[in-house]
Design a protein around this ligand. Structure first.
Ligand SMILES: Cc1ncc(CN)c(N)n1
Length: 242
């Protein structure tokens, strides 16, 4: 495999097929399946809530770093800046939602201690904020992070699911169609940027190939972190100690 997709097949489609096992591990995790079938352990849900609040607070500066890369790299007519800015605005609402949800469930957010998995995932985001990280690479990671939540929570809202009513609002937050369209737009930008690199035939061809390889590696790492994050929330074996 030379890292290039077949004609007419996007890079992200190629990777989704190639890494389908880990992608399914992230989007059909036992924690998500337990929400969907109504057997979820509420202490696991509360653990997820507290840890994800910490993650989301670290996600804001990451998305802001993508906004800066969009401003530096994209054609200002492309709509990339507006899209990423809408993501920052949505995260502002999301942080307020976490606070309200935490008080509903009696979770004291100021007392939540980040577990190792959360710390590692936040550190990964921090590394991606570096100006040395290409726009295509950061956008690929951004899309993958959002897409895992979208696919996971949308699964809990499908017909036949037995998601408890008190968890449906959480599932709606990421599982709604609007968020699905937002994820598709992020994916299109990632594909456009990756294709620019893949088709670069000039003296920078090696640099471009390295960038596509790096994006694929970060895509896989996001999926691995997402699985670990669900494992930690679910209290699965192998869960890392704080
Ligand atoms: C761990 C994780 N991954 C993704 C998302 C969606 N922004 C989130 N809130 N938390």
């Amino acid at each position: 495999m030379d890292g290039k997709p077949k004609a007419g097949v996007s890079m992200t489609s190629t990777w989704l097929r190639k890494h389908r096992l880990i992608y399914a591990g992230a989007t059909r995790h036992p924690f998500i399946l337990s929400i969907r079938d109504g057997t979820v352990d509420l202490s696991a849900f509360k653990r997820w809530l507290g840890q994800d609040y910490i993650f989301v607070r670290a996600f804001v500066p990451f998305v802001a770093s993508v906004l800066i890369k969009a401003w530096k790299n994209s054609d200002h007519e492309s709509g990339d800046i507006e899209l990423v800015l809408s993501g920052v605005a949505a995260l502002n609402d999301e942080i307020e939602w976490f606070k309200q949800e935490a008080s509903k469930w009696g979770v004291e957010l100021s007392g939540v201690v980040p577990e190792k998995t959360t710390r590692d995932y936040c550190r990964f985001l921090e590394d991606l904020m570096s100006p040395d990280v290409d726009y295509a690479v950061a956008m690929t990671a951004f899309w993958a992070i959002e897409a895992v939540y979208q696919e996971s929570f949308a699964h809990c809202l499908e017909e036949g699911s037995k998601t408890p009513p008190e968890l449906q609002e959480a599932c709606q937050r990421w599982g709604n169609d609007g968020f699905g369209q937002y994820c598709s737009s992020l994916r299109n930008i990632a594909d456009r940027e990756l294709e620019k690199s893949a088709s670069d035939g000039g003296p920078l061809v090696k640099v471009s190939e390295d960038m596509v390889t790096k994006a694929e590696v970060e895509f896989q790492r996001v999926l691995e972190y997402e699985v670990q994050f669900w494992n930690m929330s679910h209290g699965s074996p192998g869960r890392s100690a704080p």
